[in-house]
Design a protein around this ligand. Structure first.
Ligand SMILES: C[S@@+](CC[C@H](N)C(=O)[O-])C[C@H]1O[C@@H](n2cnc3c(N)ncnc32)[C@H](O)[C@@H]1O
Length: 216
C-alpha cells in the first residue's frame, strides 16, 4: 500500500448508490469478482470453524458462499452487505431456506448490528476502504465482534493486482502490510497469493490471509 494507492473515493461518493447500481444493472455472473464455486473460502471455513460456530461474511454480496454454507447446515450464518439488491439475489436463490441466514443490510464502517462471531470472512471488501477513518472503523468492529481464538479471513488485491475494482480505487496489500494494519492482537496462521480469473478472462492477483485473534 503506498501513497498513490491511498487515493480516496472522494468526499461526495455515495457508497450505497454505487453498489445498488452495480447489482441492479449487472448480472451477478458478470461482475469481475464472480466465482462459481467459493472453494477456497469453504475449505478454510471447514478447517477453522467448528460445527455450531458463528460466521459472518462481510460484504457477502450475491456470492454463492451463503448457498454452500446453508447447504452444509453446520454453522450459524450472517451475511452483511451495503447493497440490499445484492443480498436479494442470494435470498431469491435460497428461497424457503433464506430464513436460516441473518441478513444485515448496512455499511460495515458504520453498523451497530453486529453480534459475536467465531469467523469473519471478507473477500474483496476491506480493500475498498481507502481512507484511514474507514479502515479504523472496520477494524474496531472486527475487534469488538470477533471472539478471542476466532479467525479473520481476508482476501484483498495483491501489490501487483489491479488498482481499481468496480470502478473504485482500492488499497493493495501484501501479507506483511495486512499484518501491520491488524496489529499485534492478530496472528497470521495461513496465507496464499492467488490469481482470480474474471468472467472476461482477466487474471487478478489476490493476497489471501488467515489471522487468528489472540488478544483484544
Ligand atoms: C467486490 S464485491 C465482493 C462480493 C463478495 N464478497 C464476493 O466475493 O463475491 C464487494 C462487496 O462489498 C460490498 N460493500 C462494499 N463496501 C461495503 C461496505 N462499506 N459495507 C458493507 N458492504 C460493502 C458491496 O456491495 C459488494 O457486494
Amino acid at each position: 500500500m503506498n501513497g498513490s494507492q491511498m487515493a480516496d473515493e472522494g468526499r461526495d461518493f455515495d457508497r450505497v448508490a454505487h453498489w445498488e447500481n452495480v447489482y441492479s444493472t449487472k448480472k451477478t455472473t458478470e461482475v469481475s469478482w464472480f466465482e462459481a464455486e467459493p472453494t477456497t473460502s469453504l475449505d478454510l471455513i471447514d478447517r477453522f470453524l467448528p460445527q455450531g460456530g458463528h460466521i459472518i461474511d462481510v460484504g457477502g454480496g450475491a456470492s454463492f458462499l451463503v448457498d454452500r454454507l446453508v447447504a452444509k447446515g453446520s454453522w450459524d450464518v450472517t451475511i452483511l452487505d451495503i447493497a440490499s439488491s445484492a443480498m436479494e439475489h442470494a435470498r431469491k436463490r435460497l428461497g424457503e431456506n433464506a430464513w436460516k441466514v441473518h441478513w444485515i443490510c448496512d455499511d460495515i464502517t458504520k453498523t451497530t448490528q453486529l453480534a459475536k462471531y467465531d469467523f469473519w470472512h471478507d473477500r474483496a471488501v476491506f480493500h475498498f476502504l481507502t481512507n484511514s477513518d474507514d479502515r479504523q472503523a472496520y477494524l474496531s468492529r472486527l475487534n469488538e465482534s470477533l471472539v478471542i481464538g476466532g479467525y479473520f479471513v481476508v482476501a484483498t488485491f495483491a501489490p501487483d493486482g489491479p488498482e481499481k475494482c468496480s470502478g473504485l480505487p482500492v488499497c493493495r496489500y501484501s501479507f506483511d502490510q495486512l499484518e501491520n494494519v491488524l496489529g499485534r492482537g492478530f496472528k497470521l496462521v495461513s496465507n496464499a497469493q492467488f490469481g482470480h480469473v474474471t468472467p472476461t478472462g482477466k487474471t487478478q492477483q489476490f493476497t489471501l490471509a488467515v489471522f487468528q485473534k489472540i488478544e483484544s
